[in-house]
Design a protein around this ligand. Structure first.
Ligand SMILES: [Zn+2]
Length: 438
């Protein structure tokens, strides 16, 4: 049976698995008021005993309405962000069950060492960016990256606002002054990757609708549409390159949103990414972020970390994807980008263990840079042909599933003509900076 996350032991509950969430939400931006109904299809873990009690993560500020398990009222208590549920009858290992929760309140970001995460009210609308533990700021969930589920989300909000989620828009229904948007995401999705953007946004198509490719949509405030179109103009080429290098794009569409605010960093969501207006400046800094967020659709979203110790498998590969794009687009070769990152790393403290950085350093810039250089080191030792074969097989074998550093090590060995264990030991498990790969 999986265990709780070593970095966030109070998040999630490994004693059961949710395979589908159906969320019915109503959001009023002016009072910042959210009311919701969640229907979860879940299954009690095999290998445990009878499940007499389980927990859902939901921020403490919400008021709970009805709670049901298999249609019957359980005992429950909602304290400190945990909804503890004791079903009328204990659940046998491996049994399917349903949970229904009604809640209302004013959603606000969850406090974290990286600032507020989760549901955030904007000047005109709202935004959800939950990595790593912000999802309970807006809906009850089993908040572990390894507990992936399909989603159907219905969100009703005043008609002038657009509601953007990663997935297929099934219906959009206008009723008096409100509009209900229903989205479906059939691919297994980690709770932190359910992204939402609500605002006065306009949709544009980024790819050529007549070409046979992954449909790529953009959403931006009206005044930002030209800058958005310019900043994302090369994304269809990136999509082409990454499909060559990483294998087929794992979802049925991709949506990039720019909200009408500045954001610290863009954030990936399932089949979606959210950017701030400050990420539209022409030049490499914006271009690399467009590439980075797109690459997360393979590394992070389709292949998800079993727990947060393995985050370099998301960020190292997304960072290296920036450099691969740089090289393919005729800008600096990846080796040059890697050398620059190496110089930067050499000037910084060397106390970061890439393969298990600890909670404090999991989003440290050194994890991204060292992660990218580590992937480069693998490319150098494998050679380009085996490197690409290794990457494509990695994303194919673990598509829509969970990955760990150990699984990656076992995978890489099969593509190397020479032993790579010592090299990977140095880059992944030791803190001192190894020699630059060449
Ligand atoms: Zn990233």
């Amino acid at each position: 049976m999986p265990e709780t996350d070593p970095y966030f032991p109070t998040s999630g509950d490994p004693r059961y698995h949710v395979h589908r969430y159906e969320l019915d939400l109503d959001y009023r931006p002016e009072p910042n008021r959210l009311s919701g109904t969640a229907r979860l299809n879940a299954i009690a873990a095999e290998g445990g005993g009878q499940l007499a009690e389980f927990t859902l993560d939901l921020a403490a500020g919400f008021r709970l309405g009805r709670v049901l398990v298999n249609g019957k009222a359980p005992h429950y208590a909602h304290r400190a962000g945990k909804l503890r549920v004791r079903p009328a009858k204990p659940l046998a290992p491996g049994t399917a069950f349903t949970v229904e929760v009604h809640w209302t309140g004013n959603p606000k970001p969850v406090r974290s060492p990286w600032g507020g995460i989760g549901w955030e009210e904007l000047d005109d609308g709202a935004l959800v960016a939950s990595q790593p533990i912000g999802a309970p700021s807006w809906y009850p969930c089993n908040d572990r990256p390894g507990d992936k589920a399909s989603y159907q989300i219905s969100l009703t909000t005043p008609s002038p606002y657009a509601v953007v989620l990663g997935g297929r828009l099934l219906t959009r229904t206008v009723k008096s002054s409100s509009t209900t948007w229903v989205y479906d995401q059939p691919a297994p999705t980690s709770s932190y990757l359910v992204g939402v953007a609500i605002g006065p946004l306009h949709q544009i198509r980024l790819d050529d609708p007549d070409a046979e490719g992954v449909p790529q949509y953009g959403w931006a405030p009206h005044a930002r549409v030209p800058a958005f179109a310019a900043a994302f103009s090369r994304q269809p080429e990136m999509m082409g390159l990454f499909q060559e290098l990483f294998g087929p794009y794992p979802f049925d569409r991709y949506t990039a949103v720019v909200v009408d605010e500045e954001l610290d960093v863009p954030v990936e969501a399932q089949a979606m990414a959210t950017f701030g207006t400050n990420h539209l400046e022409p030049g490499w800094q914006s271009e690399r972020m467009v590439a980075h967020e797109l690459a997360h659709q393979w590394f992070g979203n389709s292949l998800s970390v079993a727990d947060w110790r393995h985050i370099w498998l998301n960020e190292g590969f997304a960072k290296y994807a920036e450099w691969l794009w740089s090289e393919a687009s005729g800008a600096a070769p990846a080796a040059e980008r890697a050398a620059k990152a190496y110089q930067l790393l050499a000037s910084l403290p060397q106390d970061l263990r890439l393969a298990d950085p600890g909670r404090r350093l999991m989003f440290d810039d050194r994890l991204y840079q060292r992660g990218g250089v580590t992937v480069h080191a693998l490319r150098v030792v494998l050679g380009d042909e085996a490197f690409v074969r290794m990457l494509r097989d990695w994303t194919r074998l673990h598509r829509h599933s969970l990955v760990t550093t150990e699984a990656f090590l076992a995978h890489v060995r099969r593509y190397a003509a020479v032993p790579v264990d010592d090299l990977l030991q140095e880059w992944l498990f030791e803190t001192a900076l190894p020699a630059f790969p060449q």
